[in-house]
Design a protein around this ligand. Sequence first.
Ligand SMILES: Nc1nc2c(c(=O)[nH]1)N[C@H]1C(S)=C(S)[C@@H](COP(=O)(O)O)O[C@H]1N2
Ligand SMILES: [Mo]
Length: 424
Amino acid sequence: MERGLLELHEEPERGRLIWSRRRFLAGGVVAGLERALSAAIPYGRFLPAGLIPVALAESVPGTVIAQKPGLRVLNDRPLNAETPAHLLDDEVTPAERLFVRNNGVPPAAADPGSWRLSVAGEACLAPRSFSLEELERDFRQHTYRLQLECGGNGRSEFRPRVPGNQWTTGAIGCPEWTGVRLKDVLERVGVRRDATYVAYRSADTHLSGDVSKDVISRGVPLSKALEAESLLALRMNGDPIPRLHGAPLRMICGGWPGSVSGKWVKEILVRDRVHDGAKMLGNSYRVPCRPVAPGERVADEDMCIIQSMPVKSLISHPRSGSSAAVGRPIEVRGHAWAGDRAVADVNVSVDFGATWQPASLAPPANRLAWQRWRTTVRLPGAGYYEIWARATDSVGVSQPMLVPAWNPKGYLNNAAHRIAIRVS
Ligand SMILES: Nc1nc2c(c(=O)[nH]1)N[C@H]1C(S)=C(S)[C@@H](COP(=O)(O)O)O[C@H]1N2
Ligand SMILES: [Mo]
């Protein structure tokens, strides 16, 4: 079972072992932690009261999927699986390391030769359909690396707990997508002046078996759909899109919650209003427009649709829980991303946030692609350490150290990533 970092607080036995009731650090608390970790904590004096060491909170891997060795399955109906951070070290996420988030049952393997995309909706001037061959032949193909992050990535850390897949940090990836620009297709059909939203409908089927129900049908405002990087993708990493990831045709709008990037797309709808398809309303992919108390019930009209995802980073190397030799500098690297924005800097701490050192940060391969960062850290002696990484976006917004604003479905947790390292 998955465990959030905070869950150990709720386990009285372990909690007593770790923290005194008074919740401030007595020397004895660090000693207790050192016993639990079987290691000294050289920076123990900086350990924030109440913080559970990552090494004590990390979960055991669950079941795996054949095509995706190492991924943790969170649910097998519908299939949902996340990628451990150390398997996200590639610049371009390979298919076998991309998380899977299904809301329903994927369609059976489709024949790309007979697949048709219909483009319609009340604000579409000349509705028509396209074969995939027409999309490839009659439109310019564009290739971009685009981040795909589930809006619920990090959900497992919200308290009180919220329903849904208990993602830790692994519902993120940045494959390379090739296809036609949504903009070019919309230009071909023409859109009315009152066009406001562009949405998808897909071929997957509802878990209830009711074929009249859409599993999920979401979209983006016209302005996002018209961006150069918004694609109807036919290929992922140079190959036809894998079945689990939306073969043969998928909408991709990078930097927004993954749910706007429809898989197995059959229809594009140009709407004259905010799209009202499945999972556009209620608590789905919406958060309170203003902060609420944890656990509070929020009225429908006070919920706002998630747009750009917030700034975030991941430590993809070294692997959490690994060991290093005394005196050896350690290369630390990962990726950082910031939704529609770029990342401005990434800082790393090895002393529980007392001091930070800047990492070098590469520019994105293109807009909406994650950015590689790296640095070298020195750990002063044997013992237990945590490496923390924290990114800041182009307008100066940083990741929080703690879980941000609670919301009913547990979206947008961009708290800084922490890994455990033992030096011996
Ligand atoms: N048709 C369809 N599209 C979908 C989904 C789905 O269940 N059905 N899941 C969405 C969600 S919530 C996410 S996070 C991404 C996940 O993409 P992936 O499974 O390729 O990683 O696809 C989105 N597109
Ligand atoms: Mo998602």
